[in-house]
Design a protein around this ligand. Structure first.
Ligand code: URP
Ligand code: ZN
Ligand code: ZN
Ligand code: ZN
Length: 477
């Protein structure tokens, strides 16, 4: 008879492949057995009426990112990962941002100082490349990728982050050499600047005009350009935070051509619209919804659902990027009130990602529970090289969410564990909520109460993504 540290009994186990009534035994933080009639564990959890699913992996969150002259983020690792486990997550992948003129290695070291000993859940880092010098691409990047930082993000907009086409091509090429997975923020810098200046001249300054300044055509054009660069270099890319049908159709088109293009979408693109940016009356409360790309409209929600259902999107993330609404550091800062241009981009959402996808997706019949697991956990693990995560099978880390599929909750700031002073989903009703979260076999959240500790999360060096590398590219002869 096997002896278990913990047995979760009587629940329904949901993985990408199966749904079955079984017990799950944990030993030394790992899943040791799944079956019926398991021996008694030293501890037991009764999961009757609950679903037992892999803990959420949110592969797109921003924590403790420094402000470029703008306000500081509302979440460091402590509050951000507390919010993550409250929302059923056990791993997050935030970004280590390289500032121009500094080394990539320093960016990674700086983020470790922020994260280590301050994290309620496990974590890894994507790198953000803003200064792709020959030394960065030729020496630092390959060493860091081999050391477990196996993905990076590049931006096609933002003054402090944007890379031009030549730089994008050089980064893709270098990533192809060392096997890094490239994530791309697709919005066209020049088009946004053009629109922003036109809107400001016309006195259209309210947060709502943030959405007007970057319509879907701006995202679609950039997505097409990134796809073309991917084709030329033969290097697969993940197009992140796709907001609507236009960019989505570019991914679909590319995949139909056999190109290795992956897609990510986020909670806000199936649950918020640009109308939210109008606030109460074209006032600053619209700043609570400013993110990039902006949420679009209900037609776009349906396009995104279609993309989810037809496999255009492999991952569903939060793009958690929290700021304070009140106070001089936040969305009410005096500069932000002079123009939408200065409203910090990003919204807090790591805690509501899984409930909103369950409620809008599974409860409304758009996706199956197994697809939910793929979109919130398993695919993130497979794509980003988290080899011990994202599945319920012997040998995997016992990262588990116990899910109450019937619990009805009205989302409100009172319930949130994040650092922000608001949630964009205030009053949003969901069916389905995490009852408990287990990190490597330890209960870290139950019934909304945080039981874990901020020194329990571990840094996860990641394997190379099986999706990365080089697949063809333009011929040189
Ligand atoms: O507005 C957003 N999404 N801010 C976060 C940064 C990014 O582009 O992902
Ligand atoms: Zn460390
Ligand atoms: Zn982005
Ligand atoms: Zn982001």
């Amino acid at each position: 008879m096997q002896d278990f540290d913990l047995v979760i009994r009587g629940g329904t186990i949901v993985t990408v492949a199966d749904t079955s009534r079984a017990d799950l035994g944990v030993k030394d933080g790992k899943i040791a057995a799944i079956g019926t009639g398991l021996a008694k564990g030293r501890e037991e959890i009764d999961a009757t009426g609950l679903l037992v699913m892999p803990g959420g992996i949110d592969s797109h969150v921003h924590l403790a990112q420094p402000a470029f002259g703008g306000p500081a983020m509302a979440d460091g690792f402590e509050s951000g990962t507390r919010s993550a486990i409250a929302g059923g997550n056990t791993t997050v992948l935030p970004f280590a941002l390289q500032s121009r003129g500094t080394s990539l290695r320093k960016a990674v070291e700086d983020y470790h100082k922020e994260a280590d000993g301050q994290s309620y859940c496990d974590y890894g880092f994507h790198m953000i490349l803003t200064d792709p010098t020959p030394a960065v691409l030729g020496q630092e990047l390959p060493a860091l990728v081999a050391g477990g930082y196996s993905s990076l993000k590049v931006f096609m907009t933002y003054d402090d982050l944007v890379l031009n086409d030549r730089e994008l091509l050089e980064v893709f090429d270098a990533a192809g050499e060392c096997g890094a997975l490239v994530m791309v923020h697709c919005e066209g810098y020049d088009a946004i600047r053009f629109m922003t200046e036109k809107l400001e001249k016309a006195g259209r300054l309210a947060p709502y005009f943030h959405a007007v300044s970057r319509p879907q055509s701006v995202e679609r054009e950039a997505a097409h350009r990134a796809i073309s660069h991917s084709e030329l270099t033969g290097v697969p890319i993940m197009i992140v935070h796709v907001s609507g049908g236009e960019a989505m159709e570019q991914i679909r088109w590319a995949r139909a051509r056999g190109l290795k293009i992956m897609g990510e979408t986020c909670t806000q693109y199936v649950s918020l619209t640009a109308e939210d940016l109008k606030g109460l009356n074209m006032d600053e409360t619209g700043g609570k919804y400013v993110c990039s790309p902006p949420p679009r409209d209900r037609e776009s929600w349906e396009a995104i659902w279609n993309g989810i259902q037809t496999g255009v999107f492999q991952v569903f993330s939060s793009d958690h990027c929290p700021f304070f609404f009140e106070g001089e550091l936040g969305k009410k800062n005096p500069k932000a009130r002079t123009s939408f241009r200065w409203v910090p981009n990003g919204i807090p959402g790591v805690e509501v990602r899984m409930p909103i996808l369950w409620s809008e997706g599974v409860v409304k019949g758009r996706i199956t529970p197994n697809e939910f697991v793929a979109l919130t956990s398993t695919n993130h693990a497979r794509i980003y090289g988290l080899t011990n995560k994202g599945s319920l099978a012997p040998g995997y880390d016992a990262d588990i969410v116990l899910w109450d599929p019937e619990r009805r909750v009205t989302i409100s700031q009172d319930l949130m564990h994040h650092g922000s002073d608001y949630t964009p989903w205030e009053g949003f009703q969901v069916t389905g909520w995490p009852e408990a979260t287990l990190l490597r076999g330890e209960l870290v959240m139950r019934g909304g109460e945080i039981l874990g500790r901020k020194d329990k999360g571990r840094f996860l060096p990641r394997a190379l993504s099986p999706m990365a590398g080089r697949h063809g590219g333009a011929a040189l002869d």
